[in-house]
Design a protein around this ligand. Structure first.
Ligand SMILES: [Zn+2]
Length: 294
């Protein structure tokens, strides 16, 4: 399994960080490479192509919740798949409340199913809570609801005249490849938001955690004594801009210090990847090296 961070910004893209887009890649039993896109920030399709990935090899696009920085690049990913003459089914996993809107957005853009050249299989995150499915390419996928959108619930409630039928779905998720388990936080609820994942996270080889709402010291406390190999931090709030990567990692380690042992912590940048080596350890690669999957 390989994990590439194409974009590591939060809701506000920055000069050196594009919108959050994380690519999980693996080879199937026949040696064919396939990709799973976890959140499609704006520019996702461009970043995907620019880094040498092939749109025809996307197995699934996963949208953790319906804030725009998590699906802003979705439409162009689908459009690019059409232009690249994709024929294989594309799985799209999204919050149930978002699926009709995403479908309408595609159709509003003249991307009707029969014109795409490939079928889209829409899967509701709600149906995958504690009920893993096997995705094309052999990854086992499972979702876990979190309360990230409670703030949106409160904000909407303050405007009683606004009519809506929102369900405020937000999800964390896990991807299992054989023995290797990745947990992706999606967005969480507040500085101690990672605490919500206590019942879901162990064991995992890599935990991708957001730093848009979560506080690094609180994260360190949470990580202490957990069976987590590597914690890879992404989705950086602009307030961390300018702080060296090592200083952010140190905040996490300090948070864990009085609580117990902690695994490896990494502060990710756009274009960095983690790759499984034969011993199922993850090794950091500085550059994206697409299609040299070993
Ligand atoms: Zn959000």
């Amino acid at each position: 399994m390989q994990l590439c961070f194409l974009g590591t910004a939060s809701g506000l893209p920055e000069q050196d960080r594009f919108g959050q887009t994380v690519i999980v890649s693996k080879e199937d039993e026949e040696g064919r490479l396939g990709h799973y896109i976890l959140d499609a920030g704006d520019g996702a399709s461009s970043m995907f192509a620019r880094n040498g990935f092939d749109h025809r090899e996307i197995h699934a696009i996963v949208i953790s919740h319906m804030h725009g920085d998590h699906h802003g690049g979705f439409l162009q990913l689908v459009k690019s798949c059409m232009h690249y003459d994709r024929t294989e089914e594309l799985v799209v996993i999204a919050p149930e409340e978002g699926i009709p809107a995403l479908k309408m957005y595609l159709e509003a853009s003249y991307l009707y199913d029969p014109l795409l050249g490939f079928p889209i299989r829409w899967v509701s995150m709600k149906d995958l809570v504690r009920q893993p499915i096997t995705l094309p390419g052999g990854i086992q996928f499972e979702s876990f609801p979190n309360s990230h959108l409670d703030s949106a619930r409160h904000r909407l409630a303050a405007h009683s005249s606004l009519e809506h039928n929102r369900t405020f779905e937000s999800y964390s998720m896990s991807l299992l490849d054989g023995e290797t388990r990745l947990v992706y936080s999606g967005n969480l609820n507040g500085p101690a938001g990672a605490d919500e994942l206590a019942a879901f996270i162990e064991p995992c080889d890599v935990f991708v955690c957001e730093l848009a709402h979560v506080n690094p010291t609180e994260l360190g406390r949470f990580l202490a004594n957990k069976r987590i190999g590597i914690t890879a931090i992404a989705h950086f709030h602009p307030k961390w801009t300018g702080m060296p990567d090592e200083a952010i990692v140190k905040l996490v380690l300090d948070g864990a210090a009085s609580h117990g042992e902690i695994g490896t912590v990494m502060s990710m940048r756009d274009g960095q990847c983690l790759t499984t080596s034969p011993g199922a350890q993850f090794v950091r690669t500085r550059q994206l090296v697409p299609h040299t999957f070993k």
